[in-house]
Design a protein around this ligand. Structure first.
Ligand SMILES: Cc1cc2nc3c(=O)[nH]c(=O)nc-3n(C[C@H](O)[C@H](O)[C@H](O)COP(=O)(O)O)c2cc1C
Length: 180
């Protein structure tokens, strides 16, 4: 069993989540590697996939959605799980709504359905106002008053991330070789 954890990350929070997922799978005896989607040239040789992206402006990063579209046939044929590194802050937003439910990126939900992903899991991410914006859109956004409301800090919930990855390891241990 060889699993690829493919991710798109702008500032490293999602990369950290992907690496922890691969590490947790490794501890469960599953060969797994985390790689940026932009560096994945071929999906040959992998038995299952975890695909994740940071959410920016209610969408996945283009690299991640393009990766899923381009590899749709292979991903549909194998066990696949999605995760999104999204809201920063507590479980509820300022209006008392569940942040994980209100920030599911629409494109990720559609792509998850298209490839029959077994789950689309939203994880809290990380954000710091001090970091250098990546790209024009982010530079523009960083001076918008709306960004003042984005909670700053590292909200990644490592036990939650590890528990999710352990669940994947359990499911994979039940996958019959013939259906791989
Ligand atoms: C300009 C900007 C826009 C963002 N938009 C969203 C969003 O629409 N939904 C969301 O859940 N998180 C949003 N976030 C939070 C990021 O997704 C979060 O910080 C994520 O963990 C960053 O991952 P990365 O370090 O891998 O790039 C936004 C952050 C910034 C700076």
């Amino acid at each position: 069993m060889h699993v690829l954890v493919a991710y798109a990350s702008r500032h490293g929070a999602t990369q950290g989540i992907a690496e922890r997922i691969a590490e947790t799978l490794g501890k469960a005896g599953i060969q797994a590697e985390a790689r940026p989607v932009s560096e994945v040239k071929s999906l040959a040789g992998y038995d299952a996939f975890v695909v994740g992206s940071a959410a920016y402006m209610f969408k996945w990063l283009k690299d991640a959605s393009a990766f899923v579209r381009r590899n749709r046939a292979v991903l549909t044929a194998k066990p696949v799980w999605f995760f999104s590194s999204g809201p920063t802050g507590g479980p509820l937003d300022a209006k008392g709504r569940d942040q994980k439910l209100t920030t599911v990126p629409k494109d990720a939900a559609e792509l998850a359905e298209a490839v029959h992903a077994r789950d689309l899991r939203i994880f809290f991410g990380a954000y710091s106002r001090d970091r250098k914006p990546v790209g024009l859109a982010e530079r523009f956004m960083s001076v918008m008053p709306a960004m003042e409301g984005v909670p700053e800090g590292d909200f990644r919930d490592w036990p939650d991330i590890e528990a999710w990855a352990s669940g994947i390891a359990e499911e994979l241990s039940l996958v019959a070789p013939a259906s791989r």
